[in-house]
Design a protein around this ligand. Structure first.
Ligand SMILES: *Cc1c(COP(=O)(O)O)cnc(C)c1O
Length: 395
């Protein structure tokens, strides 16, 4: 049995997404900027994809620009809002400590360029409190960036409320919605969002394609200079096949959100219940305000990396921390931000379910994790010290 439970890292392309892209890789390969009719047909496909994507998030087509993915969208949104802020003498940005590195590392760079960054706490449940956000806003705040849903612990932020506060205070609001779009309902107008980042490979589209929503009236500075594609906001010949495919994937994902999320939420809760039976374990993130597919646990006395290798032997693909931090010895910044100690954070496991997960697979995962955790604790000097009382249990 092979079970792919790492859908927050990337998803398998849907059949619809693969089929949609094929014609634009072969017979209809033309450059959409070309004036002959074949080029114009590629242009029409591109604009039709833009229309589809816009409709999926409650936007207008001209508010969508296509990019190479979530990281680029995040980078461009932050750079653009920061430079607009700087022109108006506003150099303060508000965010939180559990953002993706595409946001956090860009903000570090902006800090070096003279911006002041406020990091809001997310508390034990991983959620920003709107009243704390409102209190952090200042006359010189030019941007708030808070992610829609977290890629590690799956917590969903009170985006509508945060958006409302930003709108009231005239501050631009960006949200990294890479984990949300295609998985939970997102409506940029209802949610008071000014800029939103998304990535196709997180909703069964191809890698290397994403988009940025920019509300009408917000000026976007280009990030990649060159030709006048994307109405001068993102240079480079458009990835027509990828974009058409992304639109097909998103349309399909959005149309099945209700059905999929009800089913997957039930499986998620079954998995959470099963893993909670492991002694000295804890769920990370909020039990309620959580993505339908996300389960994240800490187990005392073990190393996440060893857990992953033994689960791999059992045919289970999972993750510990985020894909970007695994390989480094630093524990996840997200787990530290919700108050886990370094030791506990090292023993983490993230399972993110696919749309086609079954009850049988969930039960197999529960049995496998129980077995592997027990085995690893058998070899663990830390676990021995915890059992003998030399170290104190935290969980
Ligand atoms: C995956 C991810 C990104 C990066 O998207 P890419 O398309 O891989 O660049 C950014 N933010 C979040 C929350 C993500 O999960």
């Amino acid at each position: 049995m092979t079970i792919y439970a790492d859908n927050a890292a990337t998803t398998k392309m849907s059949r619809a997404a693969i089929e949609a892209m094929m014609p634009y890789l072969s017979d209809n390969f033309y450059n959409p900027s070309s004036l002959y009719s074949a080029g114009q047909r590629a242009k029409e496909a591109l604009e039709c994809a833009r229309e589809t994507v816009a409709r999926c998030i409650g936007a207008e087509a001209k508010e969508i620009i296509f990019t190479s993915g979530g990281s680029e969208s995040d980078n461009q949104a932050l750079i653009s809002a920061a430079s607009a802020g700087a022109r108006a003498g506003k150099r303060h940005i508000v965010t939180d400590g559990i953002e993706h590195h595409a946001v956090l590392n860009m903000l570090k760079k902006l800090k070096k360029d003279g911006f002041e960054i406020t990091y809001l706490p997310v508390h034990e449940n991983g959620i920003v409190r709107p009243e704390e956000l409102e209190a952090a806003l200042r006359d010189d705040t030019c941007l708030v960036s808070v992610m829609y849903a977290n890629n590690e612990i799956g917590t969903i932020q009170p985006i509508r409320e945060i958006g409302r506060i930003c709108r009231e205070h005239g501050v631009v609001f960006h949200t990294d919605a890479v984990q949300a779009v295609g998985h939970i309902p997102v409506d940029v107008k209802d949610d008071n969002i000014d800029m939103l980042s998304a990535s196709a490979h997180k909703f069964h589209g191809p890698k290397g394609v994403g988009f940025l929503y920019v509300r009408k009236g917000i000026r976007l500075t280009s990030f990649i200079e060159g030709g006048a594609q994307e109405r001068g906001r993102r240079a480079g010949t458009e990835n027509v096949a990828g974009i058409v495919s992304a639109a097909a994937a998103l349309k399909e994902s959005v149309s099945s959100i209700g059905e999929v999320s009800a089913r997957i939420t039930a499986l998620r809760d079954r998995l959470i219940k099963g893993l909670s039976e492991i002694p000295h374990s804890a769920l990370n993130g909020d039990a309620e305000n959580r993505l339908p597919s996300n389960v994240n646990f800490c187990f005392e006395g073990i190393e996440g990396e060893s857990l992953l290798l033994l689960l791999d032997d059992k045919g289970i693909c999972a993750s510990s921390g985020s894909a970007c931090t695994s390989g480094s010895l630093d524990p996840s910044h997200v787990l530290l931000a919700i108050g886990r100690t370094h030791d506990v954070a090292h023993g983490s496991l993230r399972l993110t379910l696919g749309d086609d997960a079954t009850e049988e697979e969930i039960d197999y995962i529960i049995a496998s994790v129980k077995d592997v955790v027990t085995r690893l604790r058998g070899f663990s000097p830390v676990w021995r010290d915890l059992c003998s009382g030399k170290l104190q249990h935290i969980l």
